[in-house]
Design a protein around this ligand. Sequence first.
Ligand code: NAP
Length: 168
Amino acid sequence: MEAIVAVDRNHAIGSGGGMLFHLPGDLKYFAAMTKGKILVMGRSTLLSLPGGKPLKDRLNIILSREIGYHVPQALVVNSLTELAAALAPYAPDKVMLIGGQQIYHLLIDSCSKAYVTKIDAAAPADCYFPNLDSRPHWQLQQQSEVYHDNGLNYRHCTYINHRVLPIS
Ligand SMILES: NC(=O)c1ccc[n+]([C@@H]2O[C@H](COP(=O)([O-])OP(=O)(O)OC[C@H]3O[C@@H](n4cnc5c(N)ncnc54)[C@H](OP(=O)(O)O)[C@@H]3O)[C@@H](O)[C@H]2O)c1
């Protein structure tokens, strides 16, 4: 599994159930990076998507503890054990973790790579991504040039995980 996220200078990712910034260029990057992938997300992130609906043309797997919770055009799993079973048929690099805070914190160390868009801004927030620079087994592998969008500067960074843990 790999992860994708957009963070600000303080590793913030969201506020009030929504994203912090609107960066059309980064949305295109997200679309390209998740194309043809299996997406894994928490229920709150699903609800933050347009119309609260799964993303099209990709298998969306939603984590929720609510037994019987049903999402049209998506697979709901109620635990990490169920998630591991659902992902078993797929090559790990075909699976993308897309958030949010709770799910990143549970599963980031089960990811082999993280695609982190670093936005050079600081916004009021209530959701955060782990600081990979403070985790010894995570290493910054590459970073892009600086892009500009909506008056903001950002880079696409890739981290690799040298100690991938099983989902548990
Ligand atoms: N900047 C970014 O790249 C980015 C990306 C994604 C999301 N976000 C932001 O992140 C925020 C949402 O994050 P969040 O932490 O509030 O929610 P979340 O991680 O998307 O979803 C949390 C939900 O996942 C379910 N869950 C959690 N642990 C589980 C487990 N062990 N087993 C089964 N289900 C489990 C629970 O659903 P139930 O309550 O149904 O049990 C829980 O309420 C939003 O502001 C969103 O915009 C930002």
